[in-house]
Write a protein that binds this ligand. Structure first.
Ligand SMILES: N=CN[C@@H](CCC(=O)O)C(=O)O
Ligand SMILES: [Zn+2]
Length: 432
């Protein structure tokens, strides 16, 4: 074997594959015993795809004649798949640190929203911002996520609420996709709030009659690639019937349904999503038993967002009930001006402590299941041959340290690799 390969990661103390049978998602007990190789190596080809992963000795013998552009000796270190952040709102101008103070003093999310703050505050600032300023701040946020181990991230629009700004945001996401190594799944979220001065009916008509047709044109012309459609289905935002018509129209355009539901009130969003064949529903703090059963049956992923309940002091999503019912549970940071968190390791920690998930469940949720929620688990979310060579190398001998050491990821993550290229090399890591 003498062809050229991009990367060899050799002799790692642990290589966490997550799964190794081409599973598209994991549920129930399969989330409890992840596939881990002790003393393993990984080979990534010049196309950025994984060519081999297995015991270090076997790989060493098989590839003894091969040449590699880069070799990383991972002795005493752990390798795991790049993390997948299944829910973020990273394109915006104007932070909301002042609202954080209001919420700490007792205001609820909806108190702030109804008073014209919250999403409305961000919409005003994002409408006024230039594309280049939005791209600069988006890039900084994505680099921060990447340093914390995220290699695939879902990015929503949704702070425009009218055609021009929604398109501006989606184009900024498209540009980030072009210039940055991180993988992006792009989501149109024009129904993130009812714009000031409009009724739900008028906002829905604008989305159906103006925004979606224009988006379709832009996509067909190859100017934009959008993967998912989202709606905030909530009391005082989009009701069940407007949500249904918007999601259905998006699906007819070929977009995956992936929306906000059952967050602050039980809306039967889970049942609606299951009925429409949604790939994912996020939040679900108020999901009912019927909603959980419907999602398990329809294989609609539940994207749980531990930062939301933490920051807003809401009841925690019922992760254990969902896991026991066989729902495909995924995780997201929900990065947005309300929940300013770029770190999936912190999200996994919160999921374990506050939502009672095990560390294995949290890692499966933040890799293969998050990839499934974005329709990408055939290419991402585990270390298997022919998948993308996206991985993390931790300066520790057990992978669980990434979750255990709250906020310790900056010291633990030595390398972040995307398609076999090192995109982050932190030689300040410490064995702690
Ligand atoms: N709940 C709706 N949307 C976001 C919050 C967005 C914002 O407050 O700007 C969420 O997922 O938490
Ligand atoms: Zn959200």
């Amino acid at each position: 074997m003498s062809s050229n390969y991009r990367l060899l990661v050799k002799n790692a103390k642990q290589v966490v594959l997550v799964c190794n049978n081409g599973e598209q998602y994991l549920t129930k007990h399969d989330m409890l015993s992840l596939c881990v190789i002790e003393n393993g190596s990984v080979v990534i080809g010049s196309d950025g795809l994984i060519k081999a992963v297995g015991p270090a000795e076997t790989i060493g013998a098989q590839y003894s004649d091969a040449s590699f552009k880069k070799v990383i000796d991972a002795t005493g270190m752990c390798v795991l798949p790049g993390l997948v952040d299944a829910h973020t709102h990273p394109v915006w101008a104007g932070d909301r640190v002042h609202e954080f103070a209001m919420k700490l003093a007792g205001a609820t999310y909806m108190d702030v929203h109804r008073a014209g703050g919250g999403i409305h505050f961000t919409v005003e600032h994002t409408r006024a911002a230039s594309s280049s300023d939005l791209l600069t701040s988006l890039s900084g946020r994505l680099v921060r996520m990447q340093r914390a181990g995220t290699t695939l991230v879902e990015c929503k629009s949704g702070y425009g609420l009218e055609l021009e700004t929604e398109l501006k945001m989606l184009k900024v996401i498209e540009e980030a996709r072009r210039i940055l190594p991180i993988n992006i799944s792009s989501t149109y979220c024009g129904a993130h709030a009812v714009p000031k001065g409009k009724t739900v009916k008028e906002a829905t008509e604008d989305i159906l009659g103006v925004q979606l047709p224009r988006l379709k044109e832009q996509m067909s012309a190859g100017f934009l690639r959008v993967d998912n459609i989202d709606v905030f289905c909530e009391q005082g935002v989009f009701d069940l019937s407007s949500t249904r018509s918007i999601l259905k129209a998006g699906k007819d355009m070929g977009l995956n349904i992936n929306f906000h539901g059952d967050e602050l009130h039980p809306m039967n969003s889970a049942q609606l999503g299951a009925d429409l064949g949604a790939l994912a529903i996020s939040h679900l703090e108020e999901v009912t038993d019927e909603g959980i059963a419907a999602m398990a049956k329809a294989k609609t992923a539940a994207v749980l967002l531990p930062t939301t309940a933490y920051i807003l002091r809401l009841p925690q999503p019922r992760a254990r009930d969902m896991l026991e019912a066989g729902v495909i549970v995924a995780l997201g940071s929900d990065f947005n001006p309300n929940a300013y968190c770029c770190s999936m390791p912190i999200v996994m920690h919160l999921a374990c402590v506050n939502m009672k998930m095990t560390m294995s469940e949290a890692l499966a949720a933040a890799t293969i299941n998050s990839a499934y929620s974005l329709g990408c688990s055939h290419t991402h979310g585990s270390l298997e041959v022919n998948k993308h060579g996206d991985l993390l190398i931790l300066n520790t001998t057990r992978w669980e340290h990434l979750i255990y050491q709250l906020g310790g990821h900056q010291e633990l993550i030595r390398y972040v690799v995307i398609k076999g290229n090192v995109v982050h090399d932190n030689d300040q890591t410490m064995k702690l």
